[in-house]
Design a protein around this ligand. Structure first.
Ligand code: F6R
Length: 357
């Protein structure tokens, strides 16, 4: 099934442009407008606050999704790690809507929260890749990712599919409220799909970066500000789970509050710079770590680049940059794992769907 690919992970990384195009199609009506089921739209419009609940990579997608929903649809959103939710239950708003994000639709930690939420009588929407999965059946509504089966333990195409579906949900909700977004999401997602293709065709550079920065290191930091921070969290998770390199993602501004103590000569620091309003400040953070010996690898977006950058991503709508910026991080993790002879598709100690709490 993986055809000529050596690993499912690489195949699934490569599928991302296609999956994105498919999602855009699946969520269009006959008039080619983005469309979401009326019941789901009504639930979005009734909610005074949205609670996103998820684990791992899906939680990272939720962090980005919060930005889409708040900025475009103007509904406040909280994002929670499922395993912490029940004992750290926030004071809920009057009309909450719960959104569960789960590739497998079987994650026990998320399901435990869903059961609790249904007992309290609240509405829940599940965003999942698996039709008929437990979280889909037990929620009131489902939005499918249409990413096709994801076999590799490390989630790749499901993450970008989650971001795409969340962006569509946010944009359609905004439009239904009469909010004018000043861009056409269908068009913007098409540009993203093309950018993803460019990145997937540039594997040699990603392999070079993995070799240059990660060949012998014990650890690696990812920094970013605003949504780049969330993509950094996902990059760190990818790297540690498949290459066993200790990796952490930080908000650029947080490093100096403690973690900078860990920077040694040649510590790799992968810095993302895709957001104009924080471009100068993230570059300031890069200087701070470089002054302490770090080996910075700046990945920026076209239009924001400087000469010191190691890689420049094709330009896309800034809000959608996470869909593009994550791809080099996935590929760098893949090659780092490969260079270290790790079992890329089945990393030690991990299972594809985590059905115990
Ligand atoms: C990381 C990864 C996990 C899952 C998490 C949630 O690559 O795959 O962190 O994202 O176990 O799984 P789902 O989305 O199936 O609920």
């Amino acid at each position: 099934e993986k055809g000529t690919y050596p690993h499912y992970m690489l195949k699934e990384i490569d599928e991302q442009p296609l999956v994105l195009r498919k999602i855009t199609q699946r969520y269009q009506n006959e008039a080619n407008e983005l469309h979401i089921d009326d019941h789901i739209l009504a639930a979005m419009n009734e909610a005074d606050r949205i609670y996103i609940v998820a684990c791992g990579t899906s939680y990272h997608a939720g962090l980005v999704g919060k930005q889409f929903i708040e900025k475009w649809a103007k509904i406040p959103v909280e994002v929670h790690v499922a395993s912490e939710f029940s004992y750290n239950m926030p004071i809920l708003s009057e009309k909450p809507l719960f959104i569960f994000i789960s590739q497998s639709g079987e994650t026990a930690d998320s399901r435990a929260v869903l059961v609790q939420v249904k007992e309290l009588g609240y509405k829940a929407l599940t965003i999942t890749n698996v039709p008929g999965s437990t979280l889909s059946r037990e929620a009131d509504y489902t939005l499918l990712l249409h990413a096709g089966p994801e076999i590799a333990v490390a989630s790749t195409k499901a993450y970008t599919a989650q971001l795409a579906v969340l962006s569509i949900l946010a944009a359609v909700t905004a439009t239904s409220k009469g909010i004018n977004l000043e861009f056409d999401l269908v068009q913007e997602l098409a540009i993203v799909a093309n950018a993803m293709e460019v990145l997937c065709d540039d594997k040699e550079t990603m392999e070079d970066i993995a070799r240059e920065y990660l060949a012998t290191t014990r650890n690696c930091f990812f920094i970013g500000r605003s949504v780049d921070f969330y993509v950094g969290l996902e990059g760190a998770l990818k790297l540690k789970e498949i290459s066993y390199i200790q990796a952490e993602g930080f908000a650029g501004g947080e490093l100096k509050h403690g973690t900078i103590a860990l920077i040694e000569n040649n510590t790799p620091v992968i810095a993302l710079a895709t957001q104009e309003h924080v471009n100068l400040s993230i570059r300031g953070n890069v200087k701070e770590v470089a002054a302490r010996g770090a080996n910075p690898c700046i990945i920026s977006m076209k239009g924001l680049e400087t000469e010191e950058d190691r890689y420049v991503l094709p330009e896309v709508n800034e809000a959608l940059a996470p869909l593009v910026a994550v791809i080099p991080l996935q590929l760098i993790s893949y090659y780092a794992a490969l260079h270290r002879d790790c079992d890329v598709d089945k990393p030690r100690n991990l299972a594809k769907s985590v059905t115990v709490e």
